[in-house]
Design a protein around this ligand. Structure first.
Ligand SMILES: [Zn+2]
Ligand SMILES: [Zn+2]
Ligand SMILES: [Zn+2]
Ligand SMILES: [Zn+2]
Ligand SMILES: [Zn+2]
Ligand SMILES: [Zn+2]
Length: 512
């Protein structure tokens, strides 16, 4: 489950393209498209060399060290840290927990602050009243501040702020809040007093084991959520906790429920888009779902013979069943010229004069731009689903062939791997679109769109080859007919190229 992080970053994966791009002497005026085209076409030259140079074992920018902890294991991790801090600060564990939550379990930070000013740390963490706050002289009256009943002095309870209330009132207060789902964050009953109640104080007031258990579960949730190195698995009813050394927006996967998510924000993994941008994008998509709905067409007309074509595979390289014309599903352009001008398909051409135009024109342009990106985002999402079906079909076919002695599982492994890699690449490609949508135009956007186009082209090639390999009836075994062997080699080569393009694109994201 855990992999070595960062240790093998080497110069060898410095992308050649980056340097060429710098040398280009582009003055970044972002001017005419003709210039861009010439630029980009230059970059296509030598692309295959890039791939060769990188080597199959080059550093995977997605490698990230993490561990999956069970409920018990994570309890143990928390307890250890609590005991360490309690000992260092000379406080009870329940108070240490409040200090830990306050500073997100950064142990050295807690220690530093304790050494420089311990009472300030305690008042900042809301476990002791601050020296400036109005002190209450220990109650002389024997009246509860809430129910106003006169009770015996020893029946009144108070936090260090000395706001005293009767046990019954405290009980009721805690019961209501815990039933509401509160764990950490229950404060003193006195108005305008935010001193926190340590957990053992609350536990002693809660009636019944059931409610106490509930409270312990909420506490656990809050402790994990406040801990900078821990994250609860977002899978449905999954109690697992992911632990990392260094919190980052990286891909993690739960070992129990297989949920894949971004460690930092717990959303769907979203590289190369950052956490905030993907949240903004998903909110926008939800808000604009009506506008975007008409895009969800499953059929389009062949641009040559106009026959209606239904898309039932993930590949966007389409071939008309009637006239055999090869075209791109997204832009309906001729596939033959698509490769060399591919960036035209994934890149949105903004109107450079839009700022000088009317508000309506600007609004129309904004919608056009959004729909362009949304259509591609949505289309790759659909392709992912269709390719998942292809993957299923491949699995079933392999099984059937193995049963009929047409090769072994090992013989067919490459096809299985190709389908898996295709999904991985397609997923990354889908998440390039929100990023590109929000990117300011300029040099870095051009570079990003170049890499995006490269990845997109190679993914469609891979998808095309997987769909065709899937229909071959026999496994390709080394030493067998030359034609078959070259088909397999071709597929494996394509896998390698696509994965390298994916890594190149992700590298910048993960370096920052
Ligand atoms: Zn009372
Ligand atoms: Zn108080
Ligand atoms: Zn899980
Ligand atoms: Zn994230
Ligand atoms: Zn046709
Ligand atoms: Zn296209």
């Amino acid at each position: 489950m855990s992999v070595d992080m960062n240790s093998q970053a080497s110069d060898s994966n410095e992308e050649d393209f980056g340097e060429n791009f710098e040398d280009e002497g582009d003055d970044d005026d972002d001017g005419g498209d003709d210039d861009d085209q010439a630029d980009i076409e230059d970059y296509y030259i030598g692309v295959s060399n890039d791939v060769e140079q990188q080597g199959a074992d080059s550093f995977d920018p997605e490698e990230y060290l993490f561990t999956c902890l069970t409920y018990k294991e994570s309890q143990r991790v928390l307890l250890e840290e609590v005991n360490t801090v309690a000992a260092a600060l000379k406080v009870v564990p329940a108070v240490a927990k409040l200090v830990l939550v306050h500073l997100h379990w950064h142990f050295t930070q807690i220690l530093d602050r304790y050494k420089s000013n311990s009472s300030l740390l305690m008042s900042d963490a809301l476990v002791q009243p601050s020296s400036t706050s109005r002190t209450v002289t220990p109650t002389q009256s024997l009246q509860c501040g809430v129910c106003l009943q006169v009770v015996r002095r020893d029946a009144l309870l108070a936090l260090p702020c000395q706001h005293s209330f009767c046990q019954g009132c405290w009980e009721q207060y805690c019961t209501v809040l815990v039933k509401d789902g509160l764990g950490v964050g229950i404060s003193c009953m006195a108005q305008e007093c935010s001193l926190q109640m340590p957990e053992d104080f609350v536990l002693s007031l809660l009636p019944g084991e059931e409610l106490k258990d509930k409270y312990r579960r909420y506490l656990f949730r809050d402790y994990v959520e406040s801990h900078f190195q821990l994250q609860l698995c977002p899978g449905a009813d999954c109690p697992m906790v992911i632990k990392v050394q260094e919190p980052r927006a990286r891909r993690v996967q739960c070992s129990r429920c297989s949920e894949v998510f971004c460690f930092k924000c717990r959303q769907m993994y979203h590289a190369p888009t950052d956490c905030a941008t993907v949240r903004k994008w998903l909110t926008k998509c939800a808000d604009d779902s009506e506008t975007a709905n008409y895009i969800s067409a499953h059929t389009k007309d062949c641009p040559k013979c106009n026959i209606c074509i239904e898309k039932n595979g993930g590949c966007n390289h389409m071939q008309c069943s009637k006239c055999k014309h090869d075209f791109c599903w997204m832009c309906l352009g001729d596939w033959k010229t698509h490769g060399s001008e591919y960036y035209e398909c994934s890149r949105y051409k903004e109107n450079p004069d839009i700022v000088n135009q009317s508000q309506q024109a600007q609004a129309r342009e904004a919608l056009k731009k959004y729909l362009f990106y949304f259509e591609r985002w949505e289309n790759h999402n659909k392709s992912l689903q269709l390719e998942a079906q292809t993957y299923q079909r491949i699995q079933e076919k392999i099984q059937e062939r193995v049963m009929n002695n047409l090769g072994t599982w090992i013989d067919w492994q490459y096809l299985h791997n190709a389908a898996k890699l295709l999904a991985k690449c397609r997923y990354t490609l889908q998440y390039t679109y929100p990023y590109a949508y929000y990117m300011e135009s300029g040099r870095s956007k051009k570079l990003f769109e170049y890499q995006q186009a490269q990845l997109e082209a190679e993914i469609e090639n891979l998808s095309w080859k997987v769909e065709r390999a899937d229909s071959s009836e026999r496994p390709v075994v080394v030493g067998e007919g030359e034609l078959c062997a070259s088909d397999r080699g071709d597929l494996e080569n394509q896998m390698h190229i696509a994965e390298q393009k994916r890594r190149t694109l992700l590298k910048d994201f993960h370096d920052t």
